[in-house]
Design a protein around this ligand. Structure first.
Ligand code: NAD
Length: 286
């Protein structure tokens, strides 16, 4: 697509940590970009220099997309950095998450054109669409009606935005983190425009057996979802760098997706192209 159009979009990735998963992600991004005709520049820096470097890239017309490998500080300062990236260059769609008050709209055709959806949640959604978890007979906003989804991760960059996106499509989502379990849904009567969140007293042992889809992203090698608790035919998706499902998962799961990294990079390039085209049309308007 990029090669056939004869364009050369440039993506800059900022690496300000020593996290092995980030380093691997950067290497894979570099390889895919080379294969597909995207110019990828990895800029390594100290985390204290990062803000200035992002601002410099924001102002550089030759840069079409910017991404930062998180965690950088591992606290609220990372959310601040997400908003330093210009909305016109934010390939990961992370600054819009904060700005949009965490309410990401339905993924109908018009919204797809307007929004940059965060890459990993978008990659997981593409998998769910491909394997027909989304019911295309139903209207946008209801395509996951009747589907129960458990997401074990509530990080700002993956678990929480993914939970909101799935709830806004009508799914009943259990969002699990280290502290509690939230139930997120958009109403029983298909009427609510915005999702609702409440803390549930249900335990993981109670929600796993009723979940049609279980998505995991716990960043520890020892964490395992007990296969015995899962329902027969469950769809199991792991995006953690570690295997969060037990070795016997295929005995229960109808579909098991062990990793999502390659699809994420494809979504990264998809978002980059969108930003490139937007910048081009803005230039043409000047
Ligand atoms: P994070 O540390 O920001 O978040 C981890 C989440 O897991 C938190 O919500 C935490 O509360 C929850 N958690 C931790 N232990 C738990 C437990 N015992 N029970 C329930 N919840 C628990 O991490 P992150 O940035 O979201 O990344 C998570 C993992 O996903 C990492 O391994 C990372 O490398 C990987 N990752 C992969 C991709 C990709 O492949 N596209 C993208 C981003 C992150």
């Amino acid at each position: 697509m990029i090669k056939t159009r004869g364009i050369k979009p440039k993506l800059v990735g900022f690496l300000a940590n020593e996290d092995p998963a980030s380093i691997k992600y950067a290497e894979c991004t570099s390889k895919t970009c080379e294969e597909t005709g995207v110019i990828f520049e990895l800029r390594k820096c100290n985390r204290e220099e990062l803000e200035d470097q992002i601002i410099e890239a924001n102002e550089d017309d030759s840069v079409h997309g910017i991404m930062v490998y998180y965690p950088v500080f591992g606290d609220l300062q990372d959310q601040y950095l997400q908003n330093v990236v210009s909305v016109t260059k934010d390939v990961e769609g992370l600054c819009q998450i904060c700005n949009s008050d965490q309410n990401i709209p339905y993924l109908d055709e018009e919204q797809i054109k307007n929004y940059i959806i965060p890459c990993t949640p978008l990659a997981i959604i593409k998998v769910l669409e491909y394997i027909r978890v989304y019911n295309s007979v139903l209207l946008y906003g209801n395509r996951l009606h009747g589907c129960v989804i458990t997401i074990i991760n509530r990080s700002e960059i993956v678990g929480r935005p993914l939970a909101v996106l799935l709830a806004n499509e009508g799914g009943k989502v259990y969002s699990v983190d280290i502290n509690n379990i939230q139930e997120i849904h958009h109403g029983t009567e298909l009427k609510l425009k915005k999702y609702e969140v409440r803390i549930t007293n249900l335990k993981l042992e109670e929600i796993l057996p009723i979940s049609d889809v279980v998505i995991t992203g716990v960043p520890t090698p020892s964490y395992k979802v007990p296969t015995a608790l899962l329902r027969e035919g469950v769809i199991a998706i792991n995006f953690s760098a570690f295997k969060n499902f037990e070795d016997n998962i295929k005995e229960k799961a109808s579909i098991y997706v062990p990793t999502i990294g390659k699809i994420t990079i494809t979504m990264l390039e998809r978002n980059l192209l969108k930003l490139y085209d937007r910048q081009l049309s803005l230039k043409n308007e000047e």
